[in-house]
Design a binder for this molecule. Structure first.
Ligand code: MTE
Ligand code: MO
Length: 220
């Protein structure tokens, strides 16, 4: 099955170039997700669109909530840990085809932070920014208010490590994993959705697993 997947994808010239560069040893990080198609133990793949990302810890981490809100706020890790925590166990699904079943995530519901901030009536969307300085994502306000969208502090029942986007990443359970912005540092309430990093490069803005990105067949 895996072999067929690789053959199928490798017929596309751009992806084939990616495969060659991977086999040449170039891709330790893989924005295309191609390494996820190769036999590698079936776990997570490390993704970053930047070559390095600063490390943030207990002392240096901050999450800023601003934009169309009545009460902008800045949270430390301790602040976030003091809020009600929600744990959920779902499959992680990258749009490129790899999946990690039954992965626990835990953190603060995004809706909780939005309620605390007092979202203004003119708002329609939420934009997420990251301390890698490059990645961004967005959700409509109603997507952002879903119960299965977390500002996650824990993954696989451990504090989220740097390589998985720690200390804090977004977790959008019902959508492809590119929505789950790593190294989350900003939540800005906006009028309209602004396409995120990969969405400016062709991915669907509404990233429902199995219903978007033309992936309905191989996403399940
Ligand atoms: N800041 C940031 N967040 C990101 C990405 C990224 O490159 N930078 N990649 C996305 C994609 S495409 C996937 S599949 C997941 C991968 O998460 P992981 O590195 O924990 O496996 O992170 C998502 N969030
Ligand atoms: Mo991905």
């Amino acid at each position: 099955m895996l072999g067929l997947g690789v053959l199928g994808v490798a017929t596309a010239p751009t992806v084939q170039r990616g495969l060659e560069s991977f086999l040449g040893g170039a891709a330790t990080k893989d924005p295309t997700g191609l390494t996820g198609l190769l036999p590698n133990g079936g776990g997570f793949r490390y993704y970053s669109v930047t070559s390095s990302v600063p490390h943030k810890d207990e002392d240096s981490y901050r999450l800023k909530v601003d934009g169309l809100v009545d009460h902008p706020a800045t949270y430390t890790l301790a602040d976030l840990r003091a809020l009600p925590q929600t744990r959920m166990v779902r499959d992680v699904q990258c749009v490129t085809g790899w999946r990690v079943p039954d992965t626990p995530f835990e953190g603060v519901r995004l809706s909780h932070l939005l309620d605390a901030a007092g979202v203004r009536s003119t708002a329609g969307a939420v934009r997420f920014t990251c301390f890698d300085g490059a990645y961004s994502e967005s959700l409509t306000l109603s997507q952002a208010r879903r119960d299965d969208v977390l500002v996650a502090l824990r993954m696989q029942d451990e504090d989220i490590g740097h390589s998985h986007g720690g200390p804090v990443r977004l977790y959008v359970a019902p959508m492809y994993f590119y929505k789950s912005a790593k190294w989350l540092s900003g939540i800005t309430v906006t009028e309209d959705v602004r396409p995120g990093y990969w969405e400016e490069r062709g991915y669907d803005i509404d990233a429902w697993v199995g219903r978007s990105n033309g992936r309905d067949d191989d996403a399940t």
